[in-house]
Design a protein around this ligand. Structure first.
Ligand code: AMP
Length: 232
């Protein structure tokens, strides 16, 4: 991932915020996550990115995860919960975090509650960004990622300065295998069947914020800022 620069917000109360961001693939969750971690100086904990990093090493779990990911299926909960617990236990308790892509089903949400409890941590915000399926499918079809640092672009909405080349590190941009249309449909079905019910898990919590992600990225960002109470 690109290096993060801290801003004034990183020294504010937002620097310790513990956030979960949810939403279907293609809703703009990744872009919004990057903006929040930049603004607040918090850690980005993306289970998808952790698995993709594991591909690069000889980690046997990476090889197992890859077979699920390339089919657009969820990696089994026992593997996923274990890597989250390991990552969370390394987290500086004085620094906030943003979970992106976890929890992804009710079983993970319940396991996450136990992990947070064990570490004496509480969440400050669960942000759910939603948009209709057809819109998110189109957005994903144009998504490109850097083959080296993982920075995310879009052929229409977030073009790199030089076509096909990452602005951050100069490596070639690629289309993720699991961003192909058929795989995306499968991922969306899984999202609707398994992940959307996780919102219900948090429905009685005062920190659940439902955000409309069908407008521009800027609209989504503004709605998130309002929900978190960040002054303009
Ligand atoms: P993402 O980058 O969040 O879209 O995740 C890419 C892929 O990684 C997903 O389609 C899943 O195959 C896998 N993955 C990421 N997070 C999880 C999770 N919490 N549980 C199971 N599989 C996951």
């Amino acid at each position: 991932m690109p290096n993060r620069t801290s801003t004034a917000a990183s020294s504010s109360k937002f620097a310790t915020m513990r956030i979960v961001i949810m939403g279907p693939p293609g809703v703009g969750k990744g872009t919004e996550s990057e903006r929040l971690i930049d603004m607040f100086g918090i850690s980005h904990i993306s289970t998808g990115a952790i698995f993709r990093d594991m591909f690069e090493t000889d980690d046997p779990i990476g090889a197992i995860a890859k077979s699920y990911i390339n089919r657009g299926e969820l990696v089994p909960d026992d593997i996923t919960n274990k890597i989250v617990r390991q990552r969370l236990s390394k987290q500086d308790p004085n620094q906030g975090f943003l979970f992106d892509g976890y929890p992804r089903n009710i079983n993970q949400a319940e396991a996450f509650d136990v992990m947070l409890d064990d570490l004496n941590l509480t969440l400050d915000a669960v942000i759910n960004i939603s948009a209709p399926d057809e819109l998110t499918i189109d957005r994903i079809a144009g998504r490109r990622v850097c083959s080296s640092c993982g920075a995310v672009y879009h052929v229409l909405h977030k073009k790199p300065n030089n076509e096909g080349v990452c602005d951050v590190c100069g490596a070639p941009l690629i289309q993720r295998e699991d961003d192909m249309k058929e795989t995306v449909r499968r991922r969306l079905k899984i999202y609707n069947d398994l992940t959307a019910p996780v919102i219900d898990h948090y429905k009685d919590k005062p920190f659940l914020h439902i955000i409309d992600g069908s407008g521009t990225m800027e609209d989504t960002h503004q709605a998130v800022m309002d929900a978190l109470g960040v002054a303009p």
